[in-house]
Design a protein around this ligand. Structure first.
Ligand code: ADP
Ligand code: ASP
Ligand code: MG
Length: 414
C-alpha cells in the first residue's frame, strides 16, 4: 500500500507592511488558513504593524541616550511590544474564523538569546509545547524580533530581526519550508523600488544573499541568511499580496545559470569621518581604531593617504550613523593629534556583488568607469573576494544604482 504523504510543517513569516492594519491581518489570516487547509502544520512569525517599531524607537530615543546597558534593556522592553499586538490580533482573527490558534510570547516558549540588548543573538528555542500545539492542529503564532535572556529579560534582535526569528524557529522545528512574506515578490538584482529595471531572481545562493543582506538589501535580515545557511533551512522570499513564486535560497551548486554579478545594493546607514593631517608614525592606526574597537564601534571602510613628504596622513573611515556620537567621543578620549576633523552623514555606500568576481578581472574597473562617466566622485573603496563597495554622495545614489545596473547587464529584458 502506498504511504500517505506526511503533513509538511511550514513557518510563515509576515513583515510590517503585511500586518499594517486590520484588513491586512485578515488577509494574512486567509493565507494561514489556506496553508492549513492544504493539510500542513503552520507556525507563524509576525512583525509589528508597519511604522510601529519606528515610533517606539523614537520615543525611547527621545527620553534616553541609551548609553548604559541597563538603558538598552529598557529600550528592548519598549520596542518589543509591537509584535505582541499583532500576534494577539492574528490569533483572535483566526479564532473568529473557527481556526484554533494561539499566540506565544518569547518568554512563554522560551526563545533564548544572549544578553546583547538591541542586537541579541538567538541561542535556542524550546519547541516542546509548540510541537504539541501544532500536533493538535493549532496554528502557533510567535512574535518576531524578540527573545529572552537566561536571567529573564526581554531582548530584541536588531531592526529587521523578525526574519531571523522565523528562520531560527524553522531550524528549531525542523520545518520543511520557511516562507518570508513581504511587500515584494522576491529578491531582485537591486531594490525594485529604486531600480525599476531590476529583475527577480528565482534562486540565489546563500553566500551571495548573505553579502547582499549585509551590504544593505534589507529584504532579509543578515543573520537570518547566516542561520539558514548554517542549518540548511529552505527559505522562500515571496509576496503577501500575490501568489507568485518567490525567490529560493539555495546552495551555490544548485544555481545552474551563473551570472558574474548577482546584484547591486546600497546602504544609507553609514557616516563618514575624516581626520586631516594626522602625524604619520607607527602605531597611529592602532591609536585611532583601538579606542573605537573598545567602544564596540564597527569600522567599515578605511582609506589612508600619506602626504608626499611622508610626515602626515589623511584618514577617512565609516561607522554606522547611530555610532557617530560615540565615535567622536572615543576619538576625543584617545588624545589623537590632527589638524582637522570632519564628518558627513549625507553619503551612501553602493556595492556590486557576485561570486563571479573571484575568477574575473575587470569587474571593479567597470564600476569606476561607469561612475566616472556620470561624474560621480568616489570617497572610499573596499573590496572582498565577491564584492566591491564605494562610498559616494547620497544625492547621486539613485543615478549610480541605475547606471551600474545597466552597465553590468542586469536590466530586465536583456
Ligand atoms: P518586511 O517589513 O516585510 O520585513 P522590509 O521592508 O524589511 O519588509 O523588506 C522589503 C523591502 O526590501 C522591499 O520593499 C524593497 O524595497 C527592499 N529591498 C532592498 N533591496 C532589495 C532587493 N534586492 N530585492 C528585493 N527587495 C529589496
Ligand atoms: N518590527 C521590527 C522592526 O521594525 C522587526 C521586523 O520588522 O523585522 O525592526
Ligand atoms: Mg524586514
Amino acid at each position: 500500500m502506498e504511504t500517505i504523504k506526511n503533513m509538511a510543517l511550514i513557518v510563515q513569516k509576515f513583515g510590517g507592511t503585511s500586518v499594517a492594519n486590520i484588513e491586512c491581518i485578515r488577509n494574512v489570516a486567509k493565507r494561514v488558513a489556506a496553508e492549513r487547509a492544504a493539510g500542513n502544520k503552520v507556525a507563524v512569525v509576525l512583525s509589528a504593524m508597519a511604522g510601529v517599531t519606528n515610533q517606539l524607537d523614537a520615543w525611547a530615543r527621545e527620553v534616553s541616550t541609551l548609553s548604559h546597558p541597563e538603558d538598552m534593556a529598557e529600550y528592548d522592553a519598549v520596542v518589543s511590544t509591537g509584535e505582541q499586538v499583532t500576534i494577539g490580533l492574528l490569533a483572535l482573527t483566526l479564532r473568529s474564523m473557527g481556526i484554533p490558534a494561539r499566540s506565544w510570547l518569547s518568554w512563554q516558549l522560551p526563545i533564548r538569546t544572549d544578553d546583547m540588548h538591541m542586537k541579541a543573538r538567538v541561542s535556542s528555542i524550546e519547541t516542546k509545547e509548540l510541537l504539541v500545539s501544532l500536533e493538535k492542529g493549532e496554528v502557533a503564532i510567535v512574535p518576531g524580533f524578540q527573545g529572552i535572556t537566561e536571567s529573564g529579560r526581554v531582548t530584541t534582535l536588531g531592526r529587521g530581526g523578525s526574519d531571523t526569528s522565523a528562520v531560527a524557529l524553522a531550524a528549531a522545528l525542523k520545518a520543511d519550508l520557511c516562507d518570508i512574506y513581504t511587500d515584494v515578490d522576491g529578491v531582485y538584482t537591486s531594490d525594485p523600488r529604486i531600480v525599476k529595471k531590476a529583475r527577480k531572481l528565482n534562486k540565489i545562493g546563500y553566500e551571495e544573499m548573505l553579502e547582499m543582506a549585509s551590504l544593505g538589501a534589507k529584504v532579509l535580515h543578515t543573520r537570518s541568511v547566516e542561520m539558514a545557511m548554517k542549518h540548511n533551512v529552505r527559505v522562500q522570499v515571496r509576496s503577501t499580496f500575490s501568489d507568485n513564486t518567490g525567490t529560493f535560497l539555495v546552495g551555490e551548486e544548485e544555481i545552474m545559470e551563473r551570472r558574474l554579478i548577482t546584484g547591486i545594493t546600497y546602504s544609507r546607514s553609514d557616516a563618514q569621518v575624516s581626520l586631516i593631517k594626522v602625524e604619520n608614525k607607527p602605531g597611529i592606526a592602532a591609536k585611532i581604531f583601538g579606542p573605537l574597537a573598545e567602544a564596540e564601534i564597527n569600522v567599515d571602510m578605511i582609506v589612508q593617504s600619506i602626504s608626499p613628504d611622508g610626515k602626515v596622513a589623511d584618514i577617512t573611515f565609516t561607522v554606522a550613523k547611530t555610532d557617530l556620537d560615540k565615535t567622536l567621543e572615543a576619538l576625543k578620549i584617545s588624545g589623537l593629534k590632527y589638524e582637522k576633523l570632519f564628518t558627513a552623514s549625507n553619503i551612501a555606500k553602493v556595492s556590486v556583488i557576485g561570486v563571479g568576481m573571484r575568477s574575473h578581472a575587470g569587474l571593479a574597473q567597470k564600476m569606476f568607469a561607469t561612475l566616472a562617466d556620470k561624474g560621480i566622485n568616489i570617497h572610499a573603496i573596499s573590496t572582498s573576494e565577491i564584492k566591491i563597495s564605494v562610498l559616494i554622495d547620497e544625492e547621486y545614489l539613485e543615478l549610480a544604482l541605475r547606471a551600474l545596473h545597466t552597465a553590468y547587464g542586469l536590466d530586465a529584458g536583456k
